[in-house]
Design a protein around this ligand. Structure first.
Ligand code: ADP
Ligand code: ZN
Length: 601
């Protein structure tokens, strides 16, 4: 494509030069311009022989035969005076063709260029114009090793064998052994799939070719396939080596699954080329293809056949120990205060992937640097974590005193629920500093990475979510819009309890949802149950939420003094951590205080 763009640019420049030259030529050959008053003076003294008038523009010759031009503000009024002096007058219609052309020429040029583009795009292919300029297949030597990959020991273990194969490829093939061809790494984004692939190459000391499935998506017919062939050809020359295909689902989606999707042919051609190449290795060519995806379910089964990606390694987000290991790896690159306990950081970051943990360390370093510190302290990590989880603090936001009060009660309501209900996640902190889109935040951090939830836990979770709105109702007798997210979340949990987890006594242990939106061309969700059941489901969800609301109301009414106290402290110091909440909520003094209808602050 570059060649064609260059040609087109050249054409454009040439045309621009021409236009310019033409205008200069016009300007140079234009007779000297006279001031209108000078022209009038010459006319009065009888010095003008003839004029040609085109609107206000006048070109003429004087009695000495010298050409001139001038511009008349009111040409019609000039006519009688010209006649009086016996000047020969010619007139032309105002439409000036030469200026018409110089005005239109650039536009035509642009349109021409655009058509040129379009035509070539459609031709595509054959080394074509529209080929997306991908970096030429080039291997990179990797410095990454398994030491840089932490917290996913099982995945590493499985891949050690691949490294061995690459190192010992000659020996293995000489003995007639078969080298594994493809490894599919599957797992959510940021769990270290790319990193692992690089580490394999790094450990084995072999070249690493990398390409992303999404690169192919915007390309034109035939290009993806030829690009695949090119890549494999290059790779074979430097075998043993690794080809890494990121986001393989972009090309490897099962064929013919979703009908009228644009670029379908292209994708299928690319996929076919890939399959052909994978099958076409000679037994002594050790090229191992490592592919990554977070959607193994949509891959074409042909990709997973023996001899292709027949090895699959699943990578899950790390657990506490894993997170600690990953944090340790990334902490090596920054200066940590000895105060920092990475195990604690790991405990407070459930669900974080490797990429998010790397980001956490990086953000902490930025926080510390901004404050002019020489090492990262626990407070910096806390702040960075909050920023990642909840968005940056919105420092400049203007909040009315009333909004602040409502928010304080709202968050205090959540906090009291979280503290007083059994079987809930520990309260980490509450704050009324607005973050992201939230006015305030009540943060609970699970003790462990939970995978199964009890009914009690879920019911309490709903009650906690409703606690904010309940507090607002109790104290202000009205609600703010701030509770809408809570209501949504509470409804979602209730819905899943009834429909997915079989936790409704009336409906019994049955799932009332079909499999998620299918691969079969988006048939959508179907309801495999009657209208009657649908109504019962609705009723059950309603009842669940209503019961929780009732429960929240009863608890808060009983603990109204704690609610006032917590809100008061929040308004004063904006943030309260879990332990402080503990102290306030268990303080008998607060409970004894005379019930205050309205708080003092
Ligand atoms: P994926 O390919 O799964 O989306 P990446 O390999 O691109 O994830 O991860 C992005 C970055 O996150 C890596 O460069 C690395 O800094 C960090 N990271 C992810 N997982 C790990 C891990 N297990 N150990 C150490 N660092 C990790
Ligand atoms: Zn809330």
């Amino acid at each position: 494509m570059a060649r064609y763009i260059r040609n087109y640019l050249l054409l454009l420049v040439a045309a621009a030069v021409l236009v310019l030259a033409y205008n200069i030529h016009l300007a140079e050959n234009r007779p000297p311009a006279l001031e209108y008053s000078a022209f009038l003076a010459r006319l009065e003294e009888g010095g003008i022989r003839s004029v040609t008038m085109q609107g206000g523009e006048i070109a003429g010759t004087d009695t000495l035969g010298q050409p001139f031009t001038t511009f008349a503000p009111a040409p019609a009024a000039l006519l009688p005076r010209l006649e009086a002096k016996g000047v020969m007058i010619a007139a032309r219609p105002e439409d000036n063709t030469s200026s018409f052309w110089s005005a239109t020429f650039p536009v035509l040029l642009l349109m021409g260029g655009w058509m040129f583009f379009m035509v070539f795009q459609h031709k595509g292919g054959m080394g074509g114009f529209a080929r997306k300029q991908l970096p030429k297949a080039a291997a990179a030597r990797q410095k990454v090793t398994f030491d840089d990959v932490a917290g996913i020991p099982e995945a590493k273990e499985e891949l050690v064998e691949i490294v061995e194969c690459l190192r010992e490829s000659r020996k293995i093939t000489r003995l007639g052994g078969r080298i594994p061809r493809g490894v599919l790494l599957q797992g959510p984004p940021g769990t270290g799939k790319t990193l692992l692939a690089k580490a394999i190459a790094g450990e084995a000391g072999v070249p690493f070719y990398s390409i992303s499935g999404s690169d192919f998506v915007e390309m034109f017919v035939g290009v993806g396939a030829s690009r695949v062939r090119e890549l494999f050809k290059e790779a074979k020359k430097t075998a043993p080596c690794i080809i890494f295909i990121d986001e393989i689902d972009a090309v490897g989606r099962r064929r013919g699954a979703s009908g009228a999707e644009g670029g379908q042919d292209e994708r299928e051609q690319t996929l076919n080329a890939l399959l052909v190449e994978m099958d076409g290795f000679r037994s002594d060519e050790t090229v191992i293809i490592v592919a990554a995806t977070n959607r193994p379910d949509i891959l074409d089964p042909a990709l997973l056949r023996p001899g292709r990606f027949d090895r699959q390694v699943t990578i899950l987000p790390p657990d506490v120990k894993g997170r600690q290991r990953i944090l340790e790896v990334h902490a090596r690159q920054v200066v940590m205060d000895p105060e920092v306990e990475l195990f604690e950081v790991a405990q407070n970051t459930p669900g974080f992937t490797g990429a998010e943990l790397a980001n956490l360390i990086n953000e902490s370093a930025l926080m510390a640097a901004r404050k002019g510190k020489s090492a990262i302290q626990p407070a910096d990590i806390e702040e960075a974590r909050d920023k990642i989880l909840m968005g940056a603090e919105r420092k400049g936001m203007v909040i009315s005193a009333q909004e602040r009060r409502v928010t304080a009660y709202h968050e205090a309501g959540h906090a009291i629920m979280a503290k007083l209900l059994p079987n809930t996640d520990p309260l980490h902190k509450i704050t009324i500093i607005p973050r992201g889109r939230a006015m305030g935040v009540t943060q609970q951090v699970p003790l462990d990475d939970r995978h199964a939830y009890s009914r009690e836990y879920l019911v309490n979770r709903i009650t906690i979510l409703l606690g904010g709105r309940t507090a607002e109702e109790l104290v202000f007798r009205e609600f703010s819009t701030g509770a809408s997210n809570d209501l949504q979340a509470a409804t979602d949990i209730a819905t899943r309890m009834v429909c997915e987890f079989g936790m409704s006594a009336v409906l019994g242990p049955r799932a009332y949802v079909t499999a998620v939106e299918g691969f079969l061309g988006g048939a959508g969700r179907q309801r495999p149950y009657s209208e009657e059941v649908a109504r019962t489901i609705d009723r059950e969800i309603d009842k669940l939420v209503a019961d929780c609301y009732q429960e929240a109301m009863i608890i808060l009414e009983g603990k109204i003094n704690y609610l006032h106290k917590l809100a008061e402290v929040l308004l004063l110091q904006e943030t309260i951590d879990g332990e402080e909440v503990d102290i306030i909520v268990t303080c008998p003094k607060v409970d004894e205080a005379a019930p205050a209808g309205q708080p003092t602050s």
